[in-house]
Ligand binder design. Structure first.
Ligand code: NDP
Ligand code: HSE
Length: 430
């Protein structure tokens, strides 16, 4: 029976510092749970001279990854450096050196999860990634174990804390986009490259991970249609409220025979729906399965301690198995071959905001372009005429229509001499 489990940490930023804090402050509780002490042996960072949120002896710090990956005293490597490279290669090396791995890296798991899990199987080690989706919300193990008997047919998720925080600040405090993003970065919510949050890429990675667990198929995260929140303006939040909606960045996966509709984009959600009420850094993931029915998982989706909760949970599982001589290998059940449904085939309702010339007959021309493409208007409002520039803002809501038809109609609308620009385009859910 081992008396201690050696831990190597790759990365000492927001999440890495949270992990160290928990390993130190809860050392006794964790040791009792495992039956052995969890001992931090080495910590990798780029710059060992940089000030850190946690104080660690300099003998633990290194900028040489081999000192972590080849240390025989290290049983578990925790990867929290983020990004695709060199994180993927470091995880591969850790596995081939016989080390168990815990990662919070959604990009790596979305792009290389299947290969890495297969490699871990081959080397008889564990690879766990609970923190990669929803931070501290227990989701990965829930799909792997608790929902295993369900046929899942839909996932609707607010999967990115940074963008939900920004949208909430813009809608409720009237904050502009850059200020709200700056706050999210200061709070440690944003990715090292915040474009991943803002453009919906982080949510698409998370959707790919959850979908592969839910539908037992590999999905290419880059094939998921993805639109971020940077194009939204203050008026959109005002109009959404007037129509009785909240704006959220939603990740959607719906199973339909051999295809799965998968997309990430801002949506208008009816303001009395449960997901519309999820504010700030909170995430919520609604799952529909044949046995469990509709479930909603809710909690803070970013931040050092939230992610650490999930990482330490994975470390505890692996450590207990090591101490009891049990296998840590996860069964990779990707036995389905499902395609992502082309975006042009989806059907939903739409909101457009257009800047147009303020003169008679404009609406008739726009309605004709939409009507010619079988896109039917459910309501239209003219707003904020500018008498000097002779321009007006038109806000249009449509009935359910096919994306391909809507895109074609919008292309024609943009060509009209009376239309200055299509300023905003948001799909409506629910
Ligand atoms: P940070 O940028 O705060 O920290 C990254 C750390 O990794 C830094 O200590 C950096 O070193 C180190 N690092 C980066 N690249 C290298 C490299 N090539 N070699 C050695 N060290 C390197 O990121 P976060 O802690 O916010 O995120 C880490 C991971 O956790 C990401 O995958 C992220 O998606 C995930 N995650 C983040 C959450 C959050 O709320 N922030 C929540 C859930 C998951 P140095 O400090 O010297 O520059
Ligand atoms: N940047 C991510 C988010 C961190 O804001 O959701 C958690 O994965």
């Amino acid at each position: 029976m081992k008396s201690e489990i050696g831990i190597g940490l790759l990365g000492l930023g927001v999440v890495g510092s949270g992990v160290v804090e928990v390993l130190i402050s809860k050392a006794d509780k964790l040791a009792k749970h495992v039956g052995a002490s969890l001992v931090l042996k080495r910590v990798l960072m780029r710059d060992v001279s940089k000030g850190r949120a946690v104080n660690l002896g300099s003998h633990l710090l290194t900028s040489n990854v081999a000192e972590v990956l080849t240390d025989p005293e290290i049983d578990i490597v925790i990867e929290v450096i983020g990004g695709e490279h060199p994180a993927t290669e470091y995880i591969e090396q850790a596995i081939t050196n016989g080390k168990h791995v815990v990662t919070a890296n959604k990009e790596v798991m979305a792009k290389h999860g299947y290969g890495l899990l297969s490699l871990a199987q081959k080397y008889n080690v564990g690879l766990r990634y609970e923190a990669s989706v929803g931070s501290g919300i227990p989701l990965i193990a829930t799909f792997q174990q608790d929902l295993a008997s369900n046929e899942i047919w839909a996932i609707h998720g607010i999967l990115n804390g940074t963008t939900n925080y920004i949208l909430t600040q813009m809608a409720q405090q009237g904050l502009d986009f850059p200020s709200a993003l700056g706050q999210a970065q200061e709070l440690g919510y944003a990715e090292p490259d915040p474009a991943n949050d803002v453009e919906g890429i982080d949510a698409a990675y998370k959707l790919a991970i959850l979908s592969s667990l839910a539908f037992h198929s590999e999905f290419d995260a880059q094939g998921i249609s993805c639109q971020g929140i940077s194009g939204l303006a203050a008026q959109d939040f005002r109009y959404a409220r007037e129509f009785g909606y909240a704006i959220k960045l939603l990740a959607i996966a719906k199973r339909q025979a051999d295809t799965v509709e998968m997309r990430v984009h801002p949506v208008f959600l009816p303001e009395n729906s449960q997901l519309a009420k999820v504010d700030g850094v909170y995430n919520a993931i609604q799952v529909e399965g044949d046995l469990a029915g509709r479930l909603i998982f809710y909690g803070e989706g970013a931040g050092a301690l939230r992610a650490s909760s999930a990482i330490i949970a994975d470390v505890l599982t692996i450590s207990r198995n090591i101490c009891r001589g049990l296998s840590n290998v996860l069964d990779v059940q990707l036995n389905q071959k499902l395609e992502i449904k082309p975006m042009s085939d989806i059907e939903t309702r739409y909101y457009f905001r257009l800047s147009v010339n303020d003169r008679p007959g404009v609406l008739a021309q726009i309605s004709k372009a939409l009507g010619d493409n079988s896109v039917s208007i459910s309501s239209v409002i003219q707003k904020e005429s500018d008498p000097l520039a002779h321009t007006a803002e038109l806000v249009i809501m449509t009935h359910s229509a096919r994306e391909e038809a809507v895109q074609k109609a919008l292309g024609e609308v943009k060509q009209l001499a009376v239309v200055n620009e299509v300023s905003s385009f948001v799909r409506v859910e629910g």
